[in-house]
Design a protein around this ligand. Sequence first.
Ligand code: SF4
Length: 124
Amino acid sequence: MDHSDNNKRVVISRRKMLWKLGMIVGAATVGATFDMETAYAFHESRGSGCGSDCNSPPKHSKAFAQYQDHPKGGLSCVGCVFFSPGKAAGKLGSCSIVSGEISPYGWCRLFVQRQAPQFPGDGG
Ligand code: SF4
């Protein structure tokens, strides 16, 4: 029996995975702001896949995410796709991938810019 096709698929799959990991590690090393796809891949690569319980996936610690309670370079949690605001204005909120209370003025290295809402007739 010839398993060469199966072996080729495994090699390609490993190459793809290593390439993705390389990109992720490279981005983390230089402290780059992640794009959405990379941030999710990074989140998953840390063993944070939701597995059988997708309602409450594990979150990263603030230390791992290098969370800070102040903005960085004009970027803050309130502009991040993972942020959920607190119940009242000025209150701490939460993050879907980083644990604990999160300041709207905070920032971490997993930041992903929220897209500005698009309205009909917005010149687009
Ligand atoms: S910047 Fe980090 S801590 Fe803040 S909402 Fe985004 S992922 Fe969460």
